[in-house]
Each structure stands twice: as C-alpha cells, then as structure tokens.
Design a protein around this ligand. Sequence first.
Ligand SMILES: [Zn+2]
Length: 408
Amino acid sequence: MTSKRLYYQNAYTTRFEATIVERIRQEGQTAVILDQTYFYPTSGGQPFDTGTINNLPVYDVSIRESDEAVLHWLDTSELWQDTITGQIHWPRRFDHMQHHTGQHILSQAFIQIAQAETVGFHLSENTVTIDLHTMQLSPAQVEEAEHLANQIIWQNRPVHIRSVTLEQAQKLALRKLPPVRGGQLRLIEIEQFDLTACGGTHVRRTGEVGLIKIVRLARQNNQLRVEFCCGQRALADYRLKNSVVNQLANELTTGIGEVVESVARLRDEAKESRRKLKKQQEQLLYFEAAELLKNGKKVGDTAVVSRVFTAEESDAAQLRILANHLTQNGRVVALLGLAGEKSQLLFCRSQDAPGEMNQLIKPALQVLGSAAGGGTAVLAQGGGPGADQERVQQAVEKAERLLLGQLR
Ligand SMILES: [Zn+2]
C-alpha cells in the first residue's frame, strides 16, 4: 500500500499524525510505511527530509521501486504502536525548499538569457548544482542570468502547485516533461515565469528564496556545471568569504579592492627572491669547493675531499653542484654525504683521477643500513634512511679507507 504524499500540497507542515500500514525489517533496521506522510523521500535530485517518528530519528527516507511506497528508515528494531507522530526537521526542509525553487528560477533564467537548458540537478548538504546543456557561456550571460533570477525573487511572485493529466500537460509550455506512468502530473508554476513538472518541496512565494548566488562554473564534456547557493547558505557563504577577504586585507594592510594585486606582487617578489637566493647559493658552493680542496688530503697527485652536510646546510641538488665544482679542475675524488630525515651519499671523481666509485658506494651504504645505490667508476650515489651527521660520517670514512686501499 502506498502512502499519501502530503508534502505535495503543503511543504510547511512539520508535525503530523499517521498510521503505520507496513513494517519492514532489514539487518536490525526498521522501515515503516505510513498511510500518509510529510517526509520527502530522496528523488528528483533532492535529498530526503530528516526528523523523527515517535521521537526516534529518521535517518533515511526512500521510495520502494515496486509500488512507490515511501519507506521511513529508523535505527531501531522496536515494535511500534500503530499510530505515530511524525516531526520534520524544519531547517533542512526549508534549505531544500529555498534551493529547489531557486533552481527552477535559475534554470528558466538560463533559458531566457542564453537558451541553455538544464539537464541535471543535484542538491546535497555541501553543494547545489545544475548542469546546462551548453558549451559556452560568456561571463556577461552568467551575470545576466543571475541578475534575472534575483529580480524574480525580489518580485516575490507566487509559486503555484497544479495537478494535470498528461494530455493536459502536453498542451502546456512546460520547461520539462518527465516520463509519466499514467495518472496525474504535478506542476510547479512560478507565476508568469516558469512552469515545469516536479515532485519537490517548494516555497510559497519566490521572496522566500532570499537570494541566488552563482559561486562556481565547471566545464564537463559538452555541459556546463553551475554551482550556486540560495537563502541561508548564500548568507553563510557570504560570511565566510567576507571573513577571508577581510583577514587577507588586514594581513596585507591594504583595501579589499587591492588584495588580488597585493598577492600578485608578493608572488612576484617571492619568485625574484628565490632566484637571487639560488644564484647566491651557487656562488657560495664555489667558495665551499675551494675551501674543501685547500684542506683536502693529498694521496700522490690526487686530492681526496670528504665532507658531510646536515639537512640545514645543504640538499641533494646542492650536493651534486658541489661535486661538479670539486671535480672540474685537477685530479680530485670527492666523497660527500648528507644527513637528515633521508641520508644520502655522493661519490665522484675527475675523469683522470684514480678510484672506483661504484666499488665504494655499496659498503658505505651498508653502514647506513641501505642497499639502494650504484653508479659508475666516476660517479656513484645512493640514499638511506634517516641518519645523523655522525652516522653518515662513519659511512664516508669507510669509503675513504677503501679508496686509500684502491690508490695504494
Ligand atoms: Zn523541481
């Protein structure tokens, strides 16, 4: 037995009496079917109402496909007396009403401004969107549609609910005609603006929508997804954005109108600073290389240089540049290490210097507890887990001992 959907005629009643006509048990959950209900079940892009039945929370309201009965899901396995009191959670219901009527207004506005038809509608707790069957809309058209929609709201036009047969509906200029299985069709009319078939809950007059604001556009295949918010959500969105922009203006000690320009200038300055810093770091590495060579060991006519850096002092990229500087001139073997959250070894020699770097790297990495490395006789490198400077120093010293053996 299907229930009478009372919200079709009246979206404002939040408390009602009804009789249970069927109970369904499923894994500790209970669904009840009532002879009449004001609970809206998830359908047509609009989510279900929440609320209570005999003070027990209704956590879902769905439609049974076989007979379109409205199922009220309760997190209980208790038995019920046959008569119940239902209570609809009004803030959520009203939020849905504001957005659903707002959607009809906005959809019609996009038709009038840009001949763009709505092919999808989605309303959830976080976002409300319509999908327009169009590839291209200019920013001016979007603004015009938003403007028209708000005009309709402020004119406070009545929203009528009508019931017609399919035959009658076909003679009317409906924005959307759904597939009907026979019987009556429910129409929502925004007076002298929009007429469409719809089963959702709507406000009585457009003024109750309060405000429509388009917040985001996203292209998807050959459709345009328009995210918008109405009424209370638009206010919450405005509050958030107002607070963010005010904070930014304070931080930047500038007016709201200059925030974007200020951020762009900061970004450019930061880019320029990074460029300068990189250049100076490279210059510093030349001095570092010269200093290391001066203090390096001499084995025959080969200079052996070793040094372990902390993560604060250097990084992997700088280590490579330093190794390159060190081995550019003369016969040099450079054994470099980096301590930190990830340890690193880089062994490198001049083309004409003696020594087999690839034979040094594996035993040295073993000191760090790693086997992830390799290379050639000229250049070998590898990384290990986190290690302090002392530990990495031990690894480099091991390589140095092995190198001295090679050079003897
Ligand atoms: Zn609708």
